[in-house]
Design a protein around this ligand. Structure first.
Ligand code: NAG
Ligand code: NAG
Ligand code: NAG
Ligand code: NAG
Length: 279
């Protein structure tokens, strides 16, 4: 057995360069599964089959007195003939894998698989904070992605004015030390002096936020509001005029009564005038 291991080691050292020419690429998602179809359809005549990453053995079997004996080091793998299933992928499972098989007639053959484990970023969330008429700060944030990717803000303005209209104020990519997943956040500030800017979006990796706009104009008062105001002013005016008229008529009436009662005396008339002022 030790001889076999030594043999495998020597072979892996000597044939790495030629072997990597036919590397197959596999992609998996964090938490997902991946399958290595080593030597597809060639399970006959094998004396041993090793699945390893770099020089580290992961799973495999060898023939011992016409019996196949299985060995396994990684618990997230399962062997099915020469097919290796790998479960619950982690970012750290990324790497160059080798399938090594000793065929009774042909000798040792190797296959290479480059696995890259990625994670999709969440759809970016957009948070706006505007100082009406001056500027708008917009923060786009997305989490749980791998590899680390910058959040970009797509603003459809001509290149020559772009520098005046908006600029990036902060870009951050923070990664979780255990899962290695990234949070990607970018903050930009918009110049609102030219009014509304539309069809803006944020993207990270292959995910993009819905379109949004910034620097919306202060909402114009609704024309129907004017009508309401005019009606209200008219109503108040009519009310004041009516009250005025009513008071005036009352005074006039009292005055007339007094005139009828004391129709000869000028003094009384003057008194009436004085009284008229008080009503
Ligand atoms: C991975 O494999 C396990 C076991 O076969 C299965 O239960 C699970 O649904 C698979 N996960 C994905 C994302 O395919
Ligand atoms: C905002 O844009 C106007 C032109 O529309 C420009 O004159 C002004 O300098 C800009 N402000 C900033 C802070 O870039
Ligand atoms: C940029 O954003 C990150 C994450 O939100 C924050 O930790 C950092 O302090 C910010 N940097 C500046 C200069 O504001
Ligand atoms: C990433 O974002 C998620 C959701 O907003 C948060 O719970 C987590 O703490 C963040 N992780 C890091 C490393 O900033």
């Amino acid at each position: 057995m030790i001889c076999l291991l030594a043999l495998v080691w020597i072979i892996s050292c000597t044939t790495d360069v030629t072997g990597s020419a036919n590397t197959k690429y596999l992609q998996g998602e964090i938490g997902g599964n991946v399958t290595f179809n080593c030597f597809a359809g060639e399970k006959a005549n094998a004396t041993f089959f090793y699945f390893q990453i770099n020089e580290t053995f992961i799973n495999g079997y060898y023939e011992d007195k016409d019996l196949l004996k299985y060995k396994k080091r990684w618990n997230n793998t399962k062997l099915d003939g020469n097919t290796v299933h790998m479960y619950k992928l982690k970012v750290s499972d990324s790497g160059l894998y080798q399938c090594i098989m000793l065929f009774k007639n042909e000798g040792v053959r190797k296959e290479y698989y480059q696995l890259s484990v990625t994670a999709k970023y969440s759809q970016p969330t957009v948070i706006k904070s505007c100082e009406e008429g001056f500027s708008c700060f917009v923060t786009c944030a997305s989490h749980g992605g791998y590899p680390g990717t910058e959040m970009t803000v797509n603003v459809p303005v001509p290149k020559n004015t772009s520098g005046q209209m908006w600029k990036v104020v902060n870009i951050s990519q923070m990664s979780n030390p255990i899962t290695m997943e990234y949070n990607s956040t970018t903050t930009v500030v918009f110049n609102c002096s030219k009014g509304q800017l539309t069809h803006i979006s944020c993207s990270v990796g292959e995910v993009t936020s819905p379109m949004f706009s910034v620097c919306e104009h202060r909402p114009e008062p609704d024309p129907s509001d004017h009508t309401v105001v005019i009606i209200a002013i008219c109503a108040v005016a009519v009310f004041i005029v009516s009250v005025g008229l009513l008071l005036y008529c009352r005074c006039k009436k009292r005055q007339q009564h007094r005139q009828i009662r004391n129709d000869q005396q000028m003094e009384t008339l003057r008194g009436g005038e004085a009284e008229e002022g008080t009503c």
